[in-house]
Design a protein around this ligand. Structure first.
Ligand code: FMN
Ligand code: ADP
Length: 310
């Protein structure tokens, strides 16, 4: 996949001078709704015998309009999003810097100066995609701005039960530890890449060494609680259980950590770049009266997690 970074006004010399089918969207999470858009676009690219291209943005557009408490946290920070897009057959990814200047374009200017610069034969997006002022920059109005220069293909709402499959719904479910819903909406397990760093070296003394995963500050992680997980170290996936929390039993006044105990595993993995694959929520975090109670609970968690991961 070719990744082409653009700023408005676009430098036309960076853009391949050939037609493509263009899927547009922010695509945070690359969830099942996004996958439907990309599948439709891939099929149309086949029909037209042209490459499949995607127009997306380097940051959450909402950041330009309002301030968020703390830091905005993505389901898939840019690297992960691009990896998912590539996996789904995207050949060209246009990553446009989302700036005030871009946000102020009228829908007609956006179409004339941004979309047209990318040479689309057809533009595909979800039914609720907007490319400017939400009242006018709609998919319904896009054919009017396109004025016959490219075809417009709108992918209808994908519903799981009654709720729309959306990045917002997935973020809320993650915050509630509802991993079943998260993974259902994503169509794959949620993942968090990170690096193994040192903790307080207590895990090994209670028979449950825990690899501490340092993750990117702009990535959203599941709610505080205990999970069945797989951890990718090198090229291998290992089964285990993870705690997201503050080690309340030990009274650590520390930041939130992700700690993973791997089953039947004895290697030192400090410094390894890993990926946590979140499989199932087991329980919430508990403040135990002592280490013995914690150990008993961990033994039960291990049994449950082994059963789920089998
Ligand atoms: C699967 C799992 C579940 C855990 N659940 C809890 C818990 O409910 N309450 C708690 O205080 N600590 C819990 N812990 C965290 C342990 O307290 C922590 O691993 C221990 O403090 C060792 O950390 P250290 O090696 O960084 O010192 C859990 C750890 C794991 C791996
Ligand atoms: N089964 C295992 N699960 C997790 N980590 C393990 C395991 N076996 C060995 N280790 C190693 O032990 C480390 C965790 O040990 P621990 O005593 O919890 O110390 P700390 O939390 O200070 O890193 C991991 O980072 C890893 O290098």
């Amino acid at each position: 996949m070719e990744v082409i970074k653009l700023r408005y006004p676009f430098d036309q010399t960076l853009i391949p001078d050939r037609p493509s089918v263009l899927a547009m969207g922010f695509f945070d999470g690359v969830h099942r709704g996004h996958q439907a858009v990309l599948q439709r676009a891939a099929a149309q690219a086949q029909v037209h015998q042209v490459p499949l291209a995607v127009l997306t943005y380097d940051k959450f557009p909402g950041l330009v309009y309002e301030s968020f408490p703390g830091r905005f946290q993505y389901l898939t920070p840019l690297d992960q999003k691009l990896a998912q897009l590539e996996r789904l057959g995207v050949e060209i990814a246009y990553v446009v810097s989302f700036t005030s200047r871009l946000s102020q374009l009228s829908p007609q200017q956006f179409v004339d100066e941004c979309l047209m610069a990318l040479n689309p034969v057809e533009v595909v997006a979800g039914f609720d995609h907007t490319y400017g002022d939400k009242t006018v920059a709609t998919m319904t109005n896009l054919p009017q701005y396109a004025a016959g220069r490219f075809a417009v293909n709108v992918v209808e709402q994908l519903s799981a039960t009654k709720q729309k499959v959306s990045s917002t719904a997935i973020r809320q479910a993650l915050d509630q530890g509802d991993l079943a819903m998260v993974n259902d909406y994503l169509g794959r397990p949620y993942t968090t890449p990170g690096t193994i760093v040192h903790g307080f070296a207590r895990g090994r003394t209670i028979g449950f060494p825990t690899a501490n995963v340092q993750w990117a500050v702009d990535q959203r992680i599941p709610a505080i609680g205990v999970y069945a997980v797989r951890l990718k170290v090198g090229k291998t996936w290992y089964p285990g259980m993870a705690s997201v929390g503050h080690n309340v039993t030990f009274g650590d006044d520390n930041q939130k950590t992700i700690e993973v105990n791997l089953f039947d595993f004895h290697d030192q993995i400090y410094g390894e770049n890993v990926v946590v694959e979140w499989i199932a929520h087991l329980r919430g975090e508990v403040k135990f009266d002592g280490v013995d109670e914690l150990i008993t609970q961990l033994q039960q968690d291990e049994q449950t997690a082994r059963e789920i991961l089998k």
